[in-house]
Design a binder for this molecule. Sequence first.
Ligand SMILES: O=P(O)(O)OC[C@H]1O[C@H](O)[C@H](O)[C@@H](O)[C@@H]1O
Length: 549
Amino acid sequence: MSKLTSQPAWQDLSQLAATLKDQHMRDWFAADPARAERMQADAAGIFLDYSKNRVTDEVMTALMALARAQGLEAHRDAMFGGDAINNTENRAVLHTALRNFSGQPVPVGGEDVMPEVMATLDKIEAFTASVHSGEHTGYTGKRITDVVAIGIGGSFLGPKIMTEALKPYTHDAVKVHFVANVDGCHIHDVLQTLDHEQTLVVMSSKSFSTQETLQNTLSAKAWFLNAGGSQQDIARHFVAVSSNISAATEFGIAEENIFPMWDWVGGRYSLWSAIGLPISLALGFTHFKRLLEGAHEMDNHFKTAPLENNVPVIMAMLGVWYRNFFEAQSHVLLPYYHYLRGLPAYVQQLDMESNGKQVTQNGDPVDYPTGPIIWGSEGTNGQHSFHQLIHQGSGVIPADFMLPLTVPNQDDTHHAMLASNCFGQTQALMQGKTFEECYADLERQGLDEAERVRLAHHKTMPGNKPSNTLLFEQLDPFTLGALVALYEHKVFVQGVVWQLNSFDQWGVELGKVLGNQVLDGITGKRDSSEFDRSTEQLIARFRQSNAQR
Ligand SMILES: O=P(O)(O)OC[C@H]1O[C@H](O)[C@H](O)[C@@H](O)[C@@H]1O
């Protein structure tokens, strides 16, 4: 038995789960009119209603006891304090320092990182202003009108999805295009619409060694040179964000055009660093800073609120409840806001790259399920497709519904329908529809007894399906910052409970290494017989088809 599964609170939760499995939330709501008012919390402008979960007060108490027993508060303080909690890479985990406006120092290895964080923010601000004002021009003196942001993983998803989510705040000086995939269609589609004299390329790679990003940047460089730019003009058109300054300069990026980041910023937490430069270029620095301020407000809440009222902690522990005691394999995110449609993909990287682990920090195999599959898409679209499985599938899929109460340029009719669908879905999931209710409907329709019984079985919805509802006034930059930080801390808490190192990603690293080796096989630099037979034959087929072209 591991430390986690032998905790008294774990044993309590196990027993509670067994008892509660036959109880229905519908009955809890009927018996307890104060349930909804009690099971809610607020943080940084985000309201959480978690009353539609299969929990009682006793369960919540045991969940918080489990979090405490696993040392959550000490781990949280160690993260904020700059301890090297990423113990396989011996690194601090300090994305919170990137949005630290408290004026307090944050030491790493005895040195305060805040001066360089603030200096980099100043550099982002000044560069954004000079591009927007037209002071920074292309090599022919024309204004920069388009930015191509090249990166992948955390160096792409954060900037792209935040920019998309904040569309109503877009600055009209430049249009930002994102390119991630090494599939050449992407970069070629983007570049073919652009004028090289007015295009700025922002190449974002923390390691400066990611194949996709290096290749896409080389293609952009070739495009620029072929279109008439010269080698020395590159300095006006290419900037990089990286923690590997020497590799970036070697690649040909002028040192003054490199925005630094640091090894204590994990890729999936990097949008708050200079990796967020495309966000600043797309929206203006003021909005970028508000995004950081919203995240900082959530950090303060996470640091100081009692666990019982702590929104990230509540959401994390509910996730643990379903993953470990209800065999939930996945967790669905359902933003009811078109511009927020990318959030599930963002949280997918954040959560699955962090907690997709099978050993504890000490290297011992876990004897309990860890990170769930994260998925989802915008409402209401999913209601007409995959929600079926959430309503009537055989497993439990906890859901996070989220909705801005007001939207810019509001069309009241559309927004009321959007909200009604969001709330209606959570209600349907919770209540379900009983066999008797379905039978009565069919009786009213005049069906005979046998048909009523036959069809009622199919129409019955068990309900008792858990969901959280997150509401906020508007999805402005501050609120979005808070929302993303909320999920970061949720994932952190779960990692602590499951005793994982949530900050490395060796599985992903292996993919990078093998991809490069196979490329050598394809290009003939490595003998294909070094690979397994399956891979060898795939390479052979690829080489054969391409040799014939
Ligand atoms: O920024 P880069 O070094 O190019 O890395 C880009 C991405 O690479 C890997 O796949 C990591 O798992 C991600 O966390 C990272 O964001």
